[in-house]
Design a protein around this ligand. Structure first.
Ligand code: S3P
Length: 455
């Protein structure tokens, strides 16, 4: 059951109904195994970018496999509000009638980006280059997330963006600024910051370069190239020249490895499992979860590797295995940044201890994923010791219990999978946001053997 209390949040004398107060509780029964063949929904990062770049391209972009989740829909609605004709989504198909780099129109009200950090950070760059003023807002979680990481470098490019004193949204972006290309060394490895600056760079005079301290997902660069926009990438430095054109194309969105991750871990920890995950995106900037699980002893086979629309794809077969604890290599951290909640569940089911360091970013995701996961694991009897930038987890026996996901989609799905190895049912509070990235999670997980209900 889904309830909306409709708690209004005041933004500029207007009331926006925040979407983060729907209450859904999952209860997952203990035991079972995962078997069968499934395709999880489309990649969230690629879905966002397909709408953004399709909208500012010239011509009609056809998208297949689009993620019909709340986050990517927030992006889609934002572009509709800026005058782009977008058909669908219907069965994952979306048609975007691109308006060109300078064809967007001022929206009549602030753009509400819900829970989606990717929408807000990428859009702030793209919107900084428009001729009109615009304001962007979101739900309680998004309005608490740090935005200086984008507003500061954008200001160096000449953008005018107002934020709260804490550097959070609402962001008020003043249009009509003449942006200048910059060369920016990112202090944190963030694909959102890199993509934001590249999108602003499309509108800037001269060259925009972003140097990343470690490799991060490169979907923006790949899609820009696929649309005929020259992007150079060498030694962790990505550059483009402003003032070019994007040409519409066809985009095939692979299944999201971040959504597949719940099943990779679930099938690894549940004895007797044998699961095939079809058409999963295996872009090397996203496969940290595979490397980490393999180091822990997981049995994962990559079958039928192919390239679809500029992105590598494979079917992943996963069978249960006894996992063991490891020290997670620092280099894998940005490549698995969204998968740590479920990797913590793998660690809780492993023999020995697992240590994660260098992942302070987890504290500023949709929730503080270090604290919220540590609280949940401890409530289930696992020795989990949070640190500033990671966690030490001692593998053990998961007990039955009740945990709070704090409205974080990935935490909710991670604890649902934990039930496969628990001694009794696990109930998880505040799960409505699972719909931001994985609509149909409960049905799909049930279809392959997880006994899960919602109330
Ligand atoms: C994303 C980048 C990552 C990731 C997020 C999606 C993207 O964030 O956590 O879920 O689509 O660019 P950071 O770039 O902030 O690490």
């Amino acid at each position: 059951m889904q309830r909306r209390h409709g708690m209004p949040l005041r933004v500029n004398e207007r009331e926006i109904f925040v979407t983060d107060n729907k209450i859904i509780r999952f209860t997952a029964q203990a035991g079972g195994s995962l078997k069968g063949q499934i395709r999880v929904p489309g990649d969230k990062s690629i879905s966002h970018r397909s709408i953004m770049l399709g909208s500012i391209a010239e011509g009609v972009t056809e998208i297949n496999g689009f993620l019909e989740g709340e986050d990517s829909m927030a992006t889609l609605k934002a572009f509709r509000a800026m005058g782009v004709a977008i058909e669908g989504p219907k069965d994952g198909k979306v048609t975007v009638h691109g308006v060109g780099l300078h064809g967007l129109k001022a929206p009549s009200e602030p753009l509400d980006l819900g829970n989606s950090g990717t929408s807000m950070r990428l859009l702030s760059g793209l919107l900084a280059g428009q001729a009109f003023d615009v304001e962007v807002v979101g739900d309680h979680s998004l309005m608490s997330r740090p935005m200086r990481r984008v507003t500061e470098p954008l200001a160096k490019m000449g953008a005018q963006i107002g934020a709260t004193e804490k550097g959070t949204a609402p962001l008020k972006i003043t249009g009509g600024q003449a942006l200048q290309g910059i060369s920016y060394v990112m202090p944190v490895a963030s694909a959102q910051v890199k993509s934001c600056l590249l999108l602003a760079g499309l509108y800037a005079s001269g060259r925009t370069c972003v140097q990343e301290p470690a490799p991060t997902r490169d979907h923006t660069e790949r899609m820009l190239s696929g649309m005929g926009y020259p992007v150079s990438s060498q030694g962790g430095k990505v550059c483009l020249e402003g003032g070019g054109r994007l040409t519409a194309t066809t985009i095939d969105v692979p299944a999201d490895i971040s959504s597949a991750a719940f099943f990779l871990v679930g099938a690894s920890i549940a004895p007797g499992s044998d699961l095939l995950l079809e058409h999963v995106g295996i872009n090397p900037t996203r496969t940290g979860v595979l490397e980490i699980l393999k180091m822990m002893g997981a049995d994962i086979e990559m079958l039928h590797q192919r390239e679809v629309g500029g992105e590598p794809v494979a079917d992943l077969r996963v069978r249960s295995a006894q996992l063991h604890g490891i020290d997670i290599p620092l280099a894998q951290v940005p490549l698995a940044i969204d998968e740590f909640p479920v990797l913590f569940i793998a660690a809780a089911c492993a023999q020995g201890r697992t240590l994660l360091t260098g992942a302070a970013e987890l504290r500023v995701k949709e929730s503080d994923r270090i604290q919220v996961m540590a609280d949940g694991l401890q409530a289930l009897g696992i020795q989990a010791e949070p640190t500033e930038d990671g966690m030490m987890i001692h593998g053990g026996r998961l007990s039955a219990g009740r945990v709070d996901s704090k409205g974080d989609h990935r935490i909710a799905m991670s604890f649902a999978m934990a039930a496969l190895r628990a001694q009794g049912p696990i109930s998880i509070d505040d799960c409505a946001n699972v719909n931001t990235s994985f609509p149909g999670f409960v049905e799909l997980a049930s279809a392959v053997g997880l006994s899960i209900t919602t109330e």
